[in-house]
Design a protein around this ligand. Structure first.
Ligand code: FEO
Length: 402
């Protein structure tokens, strides 16, 4: 018995696969709950595949495909919405099995297929708004550049009002039995969806806003993303979440991240966190930069308006895990945030000065005073300043949220 395709509509099928074996997405982002690579088959007079799958998951894809392929039929079209190899990785082998299959993509996609897989024949180039008529289904295409790569596009089935949205509206987490939003407790997916957004798509928030503007013009019944559940009971919910995150609308709360060798910087940030809590901030999330995976820290920072960074000085510089976080946050181009900073040193300063540079150049941060710098271990006067910073952070977060 082989794995079976799952019906999305009478003629559209999910033929994706779950990956619970890969430890790191893109070789970087930990996957404790796995990830799904979704792909789809449209069974029509002309048949079409929407994307392929990561090459090591091809067996699930092929088994599901042949479970519903009409006997003796080939594949007429492979529509390539996105070229990252978690979706394009099986193009070469499918082309070998279906040599007559036309590969559909935009100009950039076609260039990338040649660069990645050396295939340049049998291509159908489509532009924004072009129509591909499969018989019953009429597909149109829209580009959504940089969500998540330059060639990214979506395919919209005007017949059944189904949007194949590629990385947009996707998330981490393998599909746990149910694959539709009404078969799952979607609240359990939200943290992993935000972690995916913040780390994979977040840098491209402005292009995401442009993509959402296009999606909002559609008459939409179902969203079929490339990762995460298929949205059929409330497709606009995920659009609203992506809209909120990509427009930098944040929640009242503080993420406190510290890099500490012997606990002195941690003492400072714990004091700041306590003062913020006493000032009424209920959501205070503390991360040890050495121990929390970067992707979780970035996710939480994306969610909340306030961030406190504390770092000891290490070889005259910022502590390496805090430096890595600052580099990642600068790359994300975050906006509308409130920042507090503190640092420590023992004989040569360094950490706080680098945090001050980050505050000025690392995004759109409102720096809250006082900044606190401690020699070796905090004195009672230093801790008074830390408490003042925590109180002022709470006030600034509330005021900027009005
Ligand atoms: Fe799921 Fe950008 O690939």
């Amino acid at each position: 018995m082989m794995q079976q395709a799952v019906k999305v509509t009478d003629t559209i099928y999910w033929i994706g696969g779950n990956d619970r074996e890969t430890d790191l997405f893109e070789g970087l982002w930990t996957l404790p709950k796995g990830v799904a690579y979704n792909a789809y088959f449209i069974n029509d007079e002309k048949s079409a595949l929407i994307d392929t799958i990561k090459s090591d998951k091809l067996s699930a894809y092929v088994e599901r495909l042949v479970s519903i392929m009409p006997e003796g039929h080939g594949i007429d079209y492979l529509i390539v919405n996105h070229m990252e190899p978690d979706h394009s990785g099986s193009i070469s082998i499918l082309r070998k099995f279906y040599p007559e299959m036309k590969i559909v993509g935009n100009k950039k996609t076609i260039e990338m297929i040649k660069a990645f897989y050396g295939i340049s024949d049998g291509m159908v180039e489509v532009k924004e708004g072009d129509v591909l008529d499969l018989g019953h289904h009429r597909l149109t295409f829209a580009t959504i550049p940089m969500v998540h790569w330059p060639e990214s596009m979506v395919t919209y089935d005007t017949t059944e009002k189904v949007l194949f949205s590629t990385d947009a509206f996707g998330g981490f987490c393998a599909l746990e039995g149910g694959i539709f939003d009404d078969e799952l407790d979607m609240s359990l997916y939200e943290d992993e969806t935000l972690r995916y957004f913040a780390n994979i798509v977040g840098r491209y928030s402005a292009p995401t806003q442009k993509a959402i503007a296009k999606v909002r013009t559609l008459d939409l019944k179902i969203i079929c993303p490339s990762h995460g559940p298929i949205l059929r009971s409330d497709p606009w919910h995920i659009v609203d979440l992506y809209d909120k995150w990509s427009s930098h609308r944040t929640e009242e709360g503080i993420v406190v991240v510290y890099g500490s060798m012997y606990g002195n910087t941690k003492f400072m940030t714990d004091t700041i966190a306590r003062a913020a809590a006493e000032a009424g901030i209920k959501d205070v999330i503390i991360h040890d930069a050495s121990r929390s995976n970067l992707s979780y820290i970035v996710r939480d920072i994306w969610k909340y308006r306030g961030l406190v960074l504390g770092s000891c000085t290490y070889n005259t510089e910022l502590y390496p895990p805090v430096a890595a976080l600052c580099r990642a946050l600068k790359n994300k181009m975050m906006k509308n945030r409130v920042l507090g900073i503190c640092g420590s040193y023992s004989w040569s300063k360094g950490a706080l000065a680098e945090l001050q540079v980050f505050a000025e150049q690392g995004g759109d941060w409102q720096l809250v005073t006082p900044t606190v710098e401690v020699k070796s271990s905090p004195t009672e006067e230093d801790l008074i300043l830390c408490r003042e910073l925590g109180t002022n952070m709470a006030k600034a977060i509330r005021e900027s949220g009005k």
